[in-house]
Structures are given as structure tokens and as C-alpha cells.
Design a protein around this ligand. Sequence first.
Ligand code: CO
Length: 211
Amino acid sequence: MAVLQMRVFPDPILRRRARKVTQFDAKLARLAADMAETMTAHRGVGLAANQVGVLQRMCLVRMEDWEEALVLVNPEVIRREGLREVEEGCLSLPGYRGMVNRAERIRVRYQDLQGKQQRLKADCMLAQAIEHETDHLNGILYLDHLIAHDQLFRIHVNEDGEVEYIPTGEPDAAELEAAARRMNNPPQVPQFDPSHGRPATPAADDATAAD
Ligand code: CO
């Protein structure tokens, strides 16, 4: 197994629609294993193939207490119920988090690595992760679901280990590149944990981001 290179925004592959998987072979299983290792290395909860430069409709999710990742091939969210505001991050946008709308419950149809059709009902963080990762396969990022333009934050872990949220607009390429260079060790904040210390109302004088 190998850790694959993570594609980072604004890499155009993140905006492309992945193609349907038709070959359920050893090569696909190998890609899934490499993606699982890559996700573990980045302490992620989910990973889509686009993010490692492969335009195939496959993604992985793994909740904290799971031993193995769940591999979803050709996943399709076939039902969404309810709406909730949650905090979200993405391995392809290191150092950023945003507030987005996600469903409370979903049903997803997918194939496993053998090509067998499967169905799953999910709620809470699992539903959020599956929505996020299936979005990736359609070229959609959580930036597209922000509840408001100013609900994107740059995160910074201060000297006391506290997570600080710095309001920003949509990150531009130069800023993200600089952030990626700074962050050989990006702040360790769970990808989908809504319980972090984001200020309920960001300080007004910090909100300087331009349109
Ligand atoms: Co992501």
C-alpha cells in the first residue's frame, strides 16, 4: 500500500466529474487500499478518488470507531431528509473550515469492491461524510454549500493549542498555496466534528474579506 499525493484546491481535477467504475478488478482494490492508507495518513474521515488524482467514482469513509474504511463505488445519494447546519473541512482545503447545510438523514446506493449492489441508511456524521464525498465525485466542494459567504474560516492552532477561527472569503489560489507551504503539519482538527470552538458570531472587525 502507498500514501498517494493529495490534490489541493484549486487543482482543476477537484472540479471534474468522475467516471463510472465498470471494472471491479485487483487494480480497483489496490486503489481503494492506497486511498485508505492516504486517508489514515491525513487523519481524514473521508476521501474521494478525485482527491488523489483519479477520476473514478469511488470514495471511502471511516468513522473514528471503525476498524476499516467503507468503500463506496458508484455511490448515489437517493434520498435526503431534513436539513442541519454543520461545520465541515476537506483534506483538499487544508487549514479551512466552513459552515454548510447538510441533510439529517440520507439513503445511499453504491457498489462494493466486488461490484455487488448495496444500500445504506446514514445519519449524523456518516451522512455528512457520504454527502461530502459523493459531492467530490461530481466536482462539488463544500465551498459550494456555505450557508453564507462569510461562513468560511481559516483555522490556526495557537501556542496554547487552542483552535482559532479566522473569518475569510473564498480562499484564492495564492493564499492556499502559501497555507499549504506553511503547513507541513496542518492543524489537527477533526474533519467533520461540529463541536469545535468556532465563535458563534465572528468579531465584526475581522470580517474584512472582499467579495
Ligand atoms: Co473533501
